[in-house]
Design a binder for this molecule. Structure first.
Ligand SMILES: CC(C)(COP(=O)(O)OP(=O)(O)OC[C@H]1O[C@@H](n2cnc3c(N)ncnc32)[C@H](O)[C@@H]1OP(=O)(O)O)[C@@H](O)C(=O)NCCC(=O)NCCS
Length: 141
């Protein structure tokens, strides 16, 4: 089941987020995102637990995906794909541009985003302490 996150989901979201970044809960204030009125935090539930989430900041006709993580035991089951589809359809026709940053060596994520029509539009050298970043964008008419 896919749904909007609520405050009770925050500990599990932070736990999954720590797979992405050791400081996840310090640099991503999920509680604030749930309350600010322009951020989206969407979770995927399976087997009575949250096994993936996506977070994004959406302003006017654009969304910036901040985090996307799937529990390692549940990968390659289209969960990330379903989360991206949900976010895009939830924003509706108004959505014209989706952007994100991804480590240049993160092949699973880059392949996933390419499947959704994202293109690499810029490389930020040494953006991460251990990698360069690709800025990817998906435009719709
Ligand atoms: C990247 C990630 C979110 C993908 O989640 P997922 O639920 O396994 O992805 P899906 O099952 O929806 O995969 C859809 C497509 O993505 C690509 N993909 C996913 N995992 C892949 C892998 N290990 N190797 C290559 N391509 C992969 C494939 O194109 C796949 O389509 P296919 O199954 O027809 O080949 C997951 O691996 C993850 O949480 N990684 C760690 C966190 C991360 O890197 N997040 C992205 C940060 S920007």
């Amino acid at each position: 089941m896919i749904r909007e996150a609520n405050i009770y989901d925050i500990p599990r979201i932070n736990e999954l987020g720590s797979l992405l970044n050791d400081n996840f809960s310090k640099v991503n204030n999920i509680k604030e995102m749930l309350e600010d009125g322009y951020s989206k935090v969407i979770v995927y539930e399976k087997d009575d637990k949250i096994v993936g989430f996506i977070s994004a900041t959406c302003l006017y006709e654009t969304c910036d995906i901040l985090s996307l993580v799937v529990d390692p035991d549940y990968r390659k089951k289209m969960i990330a794909s379903n989360l991206i589809s949900y976010l895009i359809s939830d924003m509706g026709e108004n959505l014209k541009l989706v952007t994100l940053e991804v480590k240049s060596h993160n092949i699973p994520a880059i392949r996933l985003y390419e499947k959704f029509g994202f293109e690499i539009i810029h490389r930020r050298d040494k953006y991460y302490k251990d990698d360069d970043a690709y800025l990817m964008a998906r435009k719709s008419e």
